[in-house]
Design a protein around this ligand. Structure first.
Ligand code: ZN
Length: 83
């Protein structure tokens, strides 16, 4: 899973890195911080959607992969990438 939630979402106890929520691209590793300029969670996070321009794929096992605007059209992104 590439999405890592911040402390506020209670994920630290599961071994996630504390800090602001962020999204990491499964293609190039680009990191997008999931915080608005006001410091709150962006609407795409609250709605469990992909950020604008990104592509999110949910797998049957509950994991997800995320692709930044640069990588979303690559062959790897089209099928969710390697399992
Ligand atoms: Zn990327």
């Amino acid at each position: 899973v590439t999405y890592r939630a911040g402390l506020g979402l209670g994920m630290a106890s599961l071994g996630f890195t504390p800090g602001p929520p962020h999204l990491r691209c499964d293609g190039c590793g680009l990191v997008l911080e999931a915080v608005t300029q006001r410091g709150g969670p962006p609407s795409w996070l609250l709605n469990r959607k992909a950020p604008k321009g990104w592509k999110m794929i949910r797998n049957d096992d509950g994991t997800r992969r995320d692709w930044c605007p640069r990588c979303k059209d690559t062959p790897a992104a089209s099928d969710g990438g390697p399992r």
